[in-house]
Design a protein around this ligand. Structure first.
Ligand code: ADP
Ligand code: ASP
Ligand code: MG
Length: 412
């Protein structure tokens, strides 16, 4: 029997009505003679609510206890969905990440999946159940503690389960009709993409297109699991994320991210080993660095800026401060009022002038660029937080990313 993995995000299971609706959809898939593994997120904004609750009782909640708390969110929705399926006459079994054999490393709050032991899920399916797995969580086999995979982690659970169990497709059901050329909340005229390659989707997701967690796309790419992003509210075509198509659009879309902060160290000595010492220190504190810019040295000193997740800004400052002193640098400043806008498209690598058009479009919208970084298929700029929506609209209007309606393949 074909095996389908379906993941339903927080909005899709936000209240009892929506859970019953999801149950009906799962039941239809099951009755169409598929084995079904369902991954669920916590209901609505309950993960955010749990995080706020934690900060009401502690200014610095221990990471282990935070994971104990947050895993409860997905546990509620998995059990409720199992009950709703029983009411539909469909046998269902809910499992925590740990029960589903999802083993991770020990990094609480951002654990990576290291192995999936499939026995329990397989037995559940063999007995005729729909198996429901709590998203976003696993267990560290050494400490036996539960872990969480990072925000949006249910996507990673779903794609990893699809890969481990050899599913034909991983369906991600969410509150939009697929992957768009920009966040439809910011650009109402953004268009749905029919297909997008793993590489492009990875850049879009890493650039802040939260419709998929970047790590889930990485897993999909590594194990070649096609990901089908669809609306849980309307029947539609959705977007296929899969191996690159033969057609390469110059531009696929625009992504933006308001979750980062910029740190700048002014007046660092301009000599070998300084950048190494700084970024070794930050790596030792497990800080995730995104963009890095170092200016040309002048009079023996230079400035280094880098971006980090806002949630790690305090930790980055704490880690870097002693080194800043030791190096005799002038100052360390952290700016949280920034945002990043990225233009993504596999065709830009062979199409000159894209960067110039990006900078011109932002200039014409009177938007100042503070940092720039590129990959062969992406150009990202850091701008003031207040101008990011304008930046996204300006780039979307400039490039008007085309929707690819047909692959140029054997017939074309
Ligand atoms: P879920 O709870 O289902 O996981 P998310 O909120 O994580 O849903 O992701 C869906 C949201 O992603 C959409 O509501 C949309 O605002 C946002 N988004 C950002 N960029 C894009 C994009 N390029 N295409 C579609 N949605 C996007
Ligand atoms: N509930 C978690 C979050 O809000 C995981 C997820 O929804 O994917 O980040
Ligand atoms: Mg999500």
């Amino acid at each position: 029997m074909p095996l389908v993995v379906q993941k339903y995000g927080g909005t899709s299971v936000a209240d009892p009505d929506r859970i019953r609706r999801v149950a009906r959809r799962v039941a239809r898939t099951r009755r169409a003679r598929n084995d079904v593994i369902v991954v669920v997120s916590a209901m609505g904004s309950s993960t955010d609510d749990l995080i706020s609750l934690a900060h009401e009782v502690s200014s610095d909640p221990p990471a282990r206890e935070m994971d104990m708390l947050l895993t409860a969110g997905e546990r509620i929705s998995m059990a409720l969905l199992a009950m709703a399926l029983h009411s539909e006459g469909v046998p269902a079994l809910s499992l925590t990440g740990s029960q589903a054999g999802i083993l991770t490393d020990a990094s609480h709050g951002e654990a990576k999946i290291t192995e999936i032991r499939g026995t329990r899920v397989r037995e559940g399916l063999e007995k005729g159940n729909v198996v429901i797995v709590a998203g976003f969580q696993g267990v560290d086999p050494t400490s036996k503690d539960v872990t969480t995979l990072g925000r949006g982690g249910s996507d990673a659970t779903a794609v990893a389960l699809a890969s481990a169990h050899g599913a034909d497709v991983c369906e991600i059901y969410t509150d939009v009709m697929g992957v768009y050329t920009a966040d439809p909340r910011v650009v109402p005229e953004a268009r749905r993409l029919e297909t997008v390659s793993f590489d492009e989707m990875l850049e879009l997701a890493a650039g802040g297109a939260g419709v998929l967690m970047a790590r889930s796309v990485e897993v999909g790419r590594r194990f070649n699991v096609p990901i089908h992003v669809r609306s849980s509210f309307v029947e539609d075509e959705g977007t296929w994320v899969k191996e690159s198509t033969m057609e390469e659009a110059i531009i696929r879309g625009v992504a933006h991210d308001t979750s980062e902060a910029k740190a700048t160290i002014w007046g660092v000595p301009d000599r070998p080993g300084v950048a190494a010492a700084l970024f070794e220190t930050l790596a030792g504190a497990r800080i995730n660095i995104d963009m890095i810019v170092q200016n040309v040295g002048q009079d023996g000193s230079t400035d280094i800026s880098f971006t980090v997740p806002q949630s790690q800004a305090r930790a980055a400052r704490r880690a870097a401060a002693p080194l800043v002193k030791e190096l005799g640098a002038r100052d360390l400043a952290v700016d949280t009022d920034i945002a990043k806008v990225s233009l993504v498209g596999a065709g830009m690598k062979s199409s000159p002038g894209v960067a110039a058009r990006v900078f011109r479009a932002l200039a014409d919208a009177s938007i100042n660029i503070e940092m720039i970084s590129t990959s062969p298929i992406r150009i990202s700029c850091v701008v003031r937080r207040g101008s990011v929506d304008g930046a996204v609209r300006a780039l979307h209007a400039e490039f008007d990313p085309p929707v690819i309606t047909e692959e140029v393949g054997a017939n074309g």
